[in-house]
Design a binder for this molecule. Structure first.
Ligand code: NG6
Ligand code: CA
Length: 507
């Protein structure tokens, strides 16, 4: 009898221990599932029609396509803006960029645009135990005005939520043309200090304007200040010779940093914002990719970026963490061909249509300015599908907060987690889109563009900006190319949208 009791007790104990460790591992599994690694792969100026998965036939982008075709491919996915800085601001803060008057294309000397007290996507993830990093293009300002590039630069991405940063300050066509890691210019020789000025040249320094004989790439408009690696830039820079980047190695450089980041932090949830510089100007493909597309440098750097993304995904696979990594893929604004350099983008375009079926391009309030490739991929978790839900990069902050169990939400960011995971078809009801300070309202299938003075076409880049002296109203479901202005024939819809627009914008 005693024996039997003994055994029963021991059995019960074992059962309890078994249950407990079962619950424990289940909890661990749930925590891991709720805290996957998160990677945002962000292109610079990649258009809606620049990927095969979005209909391109003249260019092949197998690795970007993998993210879109094996994840959710959004057909109504938007950057908040038709230029870089405001889109990046919205992505990282969940705030409409038009709420911040300084959220416009920034020079390399601009102070940090994001308030260090502001909640950001990486800060929110940090609070949830993530190790956070940015590799690539920043373009959100640095310091608090008057940066000394020879000392620690602060505030920088590290003060707004990134544990690690390895960036280019503004754009590839703007000085300073150096990499900055955690606030320090990489490879800087203290005996050759850097000075940067966007107004005045430094005495004796050559410029694109005065020294055409030194150029390996010609400028078309703008871009005629300091010359670095034979490429004339925006802004003047002196010194820092040993720190200057090599343009043709930039893609490999950022890829290597992204890979190292992943490998070094795979044991803890990480967030990586991998912001590629392509296909923004100057387009400088590595020799391995020159001629890859027959489309000149613009096509070739898209092929190069695609290869980098493939190599990056392979690293996630090799490290055994692809299944535990949610990847968002998108672009900061629409496409442009001639953005200021003579690089054959127009001449060698052939039948390629960077905007796909959309009207306009970068800088435009028409669709191609802001509607961009947008995919969410999570191997084994997200079922491949196509979604026509209206979603914006602005929404990632609140949606990812929901994913990781944070109650920090971006002010204008909608929680569309279920939509981003392919579990719900609904997107937002409405979205304000921005292009160089002008705004429009997308609502359901409709877009309303208020009258704007200013040229209909930006001549230098040959892009329709969306300006007209009348209201424009388009039904995008029936007229994706925005050919039929229905403002006159549908005054009720127009009125409804104008009222809603004014309410949201507070005008
Ligand atoms: C414009 C530049 C353009 C590009 C853009 C920023 C000129 C004439 N044009 O001012 O080349 O650098 O700014 O692009 O200077 S973005 O994608 O970073 O917004
Ligand atoms: Ca851009």
């Amino acid at each position: 009898m005693v024996h039997i009791e003994h055994y029963c007790f021991a059995g019960l104990l074992l059962l309890l221990i078994g249950c407990k460790s079962n619950t424990q591992s289940k909890q661990e599994e749930e925590t891991v599932a709720a805290h996957p690694n998160i990677v945002v792969i962000y292109m610079d100026d990649l258009g809606y029609g620049d990927m095969s998965a979005y209909g391109a036939t003249e260019i092949s982008t197998p690795h970007m396509d993998r993210l879109a075709n094996e994840g959710i491919r959004f057909t109504n996915g938007y950057a908040s803006s038709a230029t870089c800085t405001p889109s990046r601001y919205a992505l990282l803060t969940g705030t409409y960029p038009w709420r911040n008057k300084n959220a416009k294309i920034l020079p390399g000397t601009a102070p940090l645009l994001i308030d260090t007290a502001q909640m950001t996507l990486p800060k929110m993830l940090q609070q949830q135990g993530y190790y956070t990093g940015i590799v690539g293009k920043w373009h959100l300002g640095l310091g608090s005005g008057n940066v000394n590039w020879n000392e620690k630069i602060s505030p920088s991405p590290n003060e707004v939520g990134f544990d690690y940063s390895h960036i280019l300050a503004a754009t590839q066509d703007r000085v300073p043309t150096v990499y900055i890691e955690n606030g320090h210019v990489v490879n800087l020789d203290p005996n050759d200090p850097i000075a940067v000025d966007y107004q005045h040249n430094f005495e004796g320094e050559p410029t694109g304007k005065d020294n055409p004989e030194m150029l390996t790439m010609d400028w078309h408009h703008g871009h005629n200040n300091s010359i670095v690696n034979g490429v004339p830039r925006i802004g003047f820079m002196k010194g820092g010779a040993s720190a200057k980047w090599s343009d043709v190695d930039m893609a490999d450089h950022f890829l290597e940093k992204a890979r190292t980041f992943v490998k070094g932090h795979k044991d803890k949830p990480f967030f990586l914002y991998y912001a590629l510089q392509q296909p923004h100007v100057p387009r400088t493909p590595n020799p391995r990719f020159v001629g890859a597309t027959g489309m000149g440098p613009r096509g070739d750097v898209i092929a190069e970026a695609d290869w980098c993304i493939g190599a990056f995904l392979k690293t996630l696979e090799e490290e055994g963490i692809l299944e535990n990594t949610l990847i968002v893929f998108s672009s900061d604004n629409g496409p442009v061909l001639n953005d200021g350099y003579v690089d054959d983008a127009v001449e060698k375009l052939g039948d390629h249509t960077p905007s796909g079926p959309l009207r306009g391009g970068k800088y435009s309030l028409f669709e191609a300015g802001t509607r961009v490739p947008f995919a969410v991929y999570w191997k084994g978790k997200i079922q491949p599908s196509v979604s026509n839900a209206l979603v914006c990069q602005l929404d990632l902050m609140s949606s990812l907060a929901d994913l990781v169990g944070s109650d920090q939400k971006g002010p204008d960011s909608e929680d569309l987690l279920a939509t981003f995971l392919g579990e719900a078809p609904q997107g937002r009801d409405e979205l304000i889109l921005e292009a160089s300070g002008r705004t429009a309202l997308r609502q359901g299938d409709w877009i309303m563009i208020p009258p704007y003075k200013g040229p209909a076409i930006a001549k230098a880049v040959n892009i329709e900006l969306g300006n007209a002296d009348v209201y424009q109203l388009y039904n995008l479901k029936e007229d994706i190319g925005q050919q039929q202005n229905l403002a006159q024939s549908n005054p009720e819809k127009l009125q409804e949208m104008v009222a809603n627009y004014e309410k949201i914008r507070g005008v």
